[in-house]
Design a binder for this molecule. Structure first.
Ligand code: FES
Length: 84
């Protein structure tokens, strides 16, 4: 099953290709995403997850609000829609 990642603000939907995180995936697809530490510490990359589920590659130190995910340390578990 092919997972897709939809970037709502950018109006783009892209088939997920395995990479280390949704942050890297967004950047590789020309979608600007906020980031700083890249390691789940600062919360800069926190982005609303509008649909779907993600998996955390490692437990982040920064705990995002419900409905918000850290792009730098997650990969999609299902197809997702991000508020990017
Ligand atoms: S860039 Fe710092 S938590 Fe993701």
């Amino acid at each position: 099953m092919t997972l897709t990642v939809a970037f709502r603000k950018s109006g783009r939907t892209v088939a997920w290709a395995a990479t280390d995180s949704l942050l890297t995936f967004a950047e590789e697809n020309g979608v600007e995403a906020p980031s700083s530490c890249g390691a789940g510490v600062c919360g800069t990359c926190a982005t609303a997850l509008l649909a779907g589920e993600v998996s955390y590659v490692e437990d982040p130190l920064y705990m995002p609000d419900p409905g918000v995910v850290l792009l730098c340390c997650t990969t999609p578990k299902t197809s997702v829609i991000l508020d990017l």
